[in-house]
Design a protein. Sequence first.
Length: 224
Amino acid sequence: MSSKSSCSFLNSVVKKQIMGVSGLLLCGFVLTHLLGNMTLFIGSDAFNKYSYALTSNPLIYFAEAGLLAIFLVHILMAIKLVIENNAARPVQYYTRKHSGRGSTFASSTMPISGVLTLIFLVIHILGLKFGTHYETEVHGVVMRDIYKTTIEYFQDPLHVLFYIIAVTSLGVHVSHGFWSAFQSLGWNHPKYMPKIKLAATAFGILVSVGFSALAVFCYFQGAK
Ligand code: HEM
């Protein structure tokens, strides 16, 4: 192997590792966000108090900046790896070819599901975080009534449908990304890989079903 090709090989390995670490961190965020949003099922006070606890903490600005940085790094590495793959280099991140098993639907659609998630995120943040601002009082504390904004948002069936499509696509994305990250980081011992793949599939289903259930719940909650 020439020094040039060995150098570019190392670069691709590092890129895949950065992709893996940032992807796992984003999976952590998605899981936390899903669990936090479950307070919607409890009721308006629980959801508003949860959101207020997060947004009134001064550390939120560091957390948001960190999250944005992780998203940007993940997207940038993805673009670089797709360009490299398209240039027919012998490095395949988005398929299982490197593990000798051929590609799956999830692995070959990673760029599409990734772009859809990005579009979803922009629409989602504009619609809720920067959506209509109501206020409410819970146990004497004035706070944003994000519950009302959220329920109102999902009164449009098209919003519910868009969410179901987007989070199903996100579920497919993470079901491949989760185990692929372990592979990229070299944590792919044959003994543990089947369990990691099972956990990845379970996580993908949890993300799709969990977020879809929240959107549908909000739709029906508004009809009350
Ligand atoms: C039905 C599903 C969802 C609901 C009800 C929901 C709810 C919310 C709400 C209410 C906010 C604003 C929080 C606030 O300002 O207090 C928010 C922000 C956010 N959501 Fe979601 N979300 C859902 C799905 C998702 C998914 C699937 C993702 C990831 C792909 C996501 C990523 C984000 C991000 C990145 C923010 C901005 C966080 C910040 O600026 O601190 N959400 N979400």
